[in-house]
Design a protein around this ligand. Structure first.
Ligand SMILES: Nc1ncnc2c1ncn2[C@@H]1O[C@H](COP(=O)(O)OP(=O)(O)OP(=O)(O)O)[C@@H](O)[C@H]1O
Ligand SMILES: [Mg+2]
Length: 463
């Protein structure tokens, strides 16, 4: 990779000179140091992508410098040079995180190739990390807001599934209800979190392309197959494969998918070798698969296989207690993202949001809040910031109190009884969490005065 910065640490002048000359010629930026101490200083000022480090140095030895360098930058590529015949040192260097070792005397070409490869891997790694961060931002699995009993039940089930050995999970629910998010939560809360999570949108590709995307193909399997290619089932190995919009998959491919799920094996297109399926399969759809089965559009046997563990995400309008907390969560999120300072919603807005039917569910709520946070300059979201159709909706329906009747919360008393005070404490803690410790809002949420909230906080040792 041209332009990359390389630091050479070696006490032999001739080696420094030849490496500097050779590497400069192919476009690297070079600095050199003749002792470990000087090397560490140069490291700070030059911030190299890779270091070529000799073991035998006057003063601090190479192995110790290696420790120091890697602790300052864990992604640093270190090529370790040892005298011929000192294999133990080389092994030790590898253990301490060197990328590779080179025996002296070396051939320049060898160093060049190692550097190219190491820097390439380093760059890929950086890209993967930054893509992961982007995805994480979009699907913030730490912050699944679940205030309603329905969502709390789903989340506790999701946690159980994540820790189980379940082979397949089926997510259903209207568009925007959080299926993608839940799929990621299942992946991230279980033992597969260190392995890949791959998403396939089954409606995005025609049948034959989808097949080779899923299972890969062998070289020569068809005209354009110039090289073997691994499919997503292989790439997801040990992780999770998320088949989104499974209802759109063609009947022919449904048969193949069923076989794969039943046998936990598949072959690349044009291949003869069986490959094990070692990943969790999560399928999702926003159509009613049972009626697709009745209509002959979806195979009954595949439906039953996939539907082993069904999770239905309820539409937002049937868990209205979640609306305001999710809106507040998005306000915080977009405040951070766009450096804005919204503090909350007026009571009128809370009522409108709670009453509105949200055909686009959480995605629609997210978009409404995001737009307001970007475009408006106030500190509080007010009714006139809302899209006109939402305001009209409120006018037509009239706005009732936004509190959900207590009997709809599904509160249950265990047979062995429970402490009312403990429940009250729990409610206060929740309200404070949801409102990010804003006492005025938390009090409003619980329909009590701020003073009485503070009284309770004192009583429960929260202040
Ligand atoms: N309980 C929740 N708490 C916070 N954010 C949520 C919650 N549920 C969903 N979201 C957010 O709502 C948005 C839409 O969710 P998601 O993409 O998972 O929906 P979906 O069901 O896959 O929709 P579609 O069927 O259209 O693909 C995402 O930004 C997601 O992070
Ligand atoms: Mg989705």
């Amino acid at each position: 990779m041209t332009g990359a910065k390389i630091l050479v640490i070696d006490d032999e002048k001739l080696i420094r000179w030849s490496l500097e000359k050779g590497l400069k010629q192919i476009g690297f930026q070079i600095e050199t140091a003749s002792t470990g101490e000087e090397g560490l200083q140069k490291f700070e000022s030059f911030l190299p992508d890779a270091v070529i480090l000799d073991n035998k140095l006057p003063g601090i030895q190479g192995l110790d410098i290696l420790n120091e360098l890697r602790s300052r930058d864990p992604r640093l590529v270190v090529l370790f040079m040892t005298a011929y015949g000192t294999i133990e040192t080389a092994v030790e260097a590898m253990k301490r995180g060197a990328y590779d070792y080179i025996n002296k005397p070396f051939v320049f070409e060898e160093i060049k190739q190692l550097l190219d490869k190491a820097l390439y891997v380093q760059r890929l790694d950086t890209e993967v990390q930054s893509l992961k961060a982007v995805v994480q931002k979009q699907y913030d699995t730490e912050n699944v807001i679940s205030f309603s009993p329905a969502m709390r039940n789903i989340l506790s089930m999701v946690d159980k599934i994540a820790r189980s050995e379940a082979p397949t999970v089926m997510l259903t629910g209207e568009s925007g209800t959080g299926k993608d998010l839940m799929a990621r939560v299942i992946h991230e809360r279980g033992p597969r979190r260190q392995r890949p999570f791959v998403t396939i949108n089954c409606s995005a590709l025609p049948e034959s392309l989808l097949e080779s995307e899923l299972f890969g193909y062998e070289k020569g399997a068809f005209t354009d197959a110039k090289q073997m290619k691994r499919g997503q089932f292989e790439l997801a190995s040990g992780g999770t494969i998320y088949l989104d919009e499974i209802g759109e998959i063609a009947l022919g491919l449904q048969v193949k998918l069923l076989q794969v799920i039943e046998n936990r094996m598949f072959r690349r297109v044009g291949g003869v070798k069986d490959i094990m399926v070692e990943s969790l399969i999560i399928a999702a759809t926003n159509i009613n698969l049972a009626s697709a089965v009745e209509a002959g559009m979806f195979r009954r046997d595949l439906f039953y296989r996939l539907n082993l563990i069904p999770i239905e995400l309820p539409p937002l309008r049937s868990r209205r207690e979640d609306i305001v907390p999710i809106a507040l969560y998005f306000i915080r999120k977009f405040n951070d993202e766009f450096h804005r300072h919204f503090k909350g919603l007026t009571d009128e807005v809370k009522k409108i949001l709670t009453e509105y039917d949200w055909p686009g569910n959480i995605r629609e709520l997210r978009n409404v809040i995001e737009r307001i946070v970007i475009l408006e300059n106030d500190e509080t979201i007010e009714a006139n910031h809302l899209p006109i159709e939402m305001r009209q909706f409120a006018e037509v329906t009239g706005i009732p109190s936004h509190f959900v009747p207590a009997q709809e919360l599904g509160i249950e008393i265990p047979l062995e009884g429970l402490s009312m005070e403990a429940v009250e404490r729990e409610l206060v803690v929740k309200a404070l969490n949801i409102t990010t410790q804003n006492q005025t809002k938390a009090a409003k949420m619980l329909d009590i005065t701020r003073d009485s909230l503070r009284y309770k906080m004192k009583k429960f040792g929260l202040l």
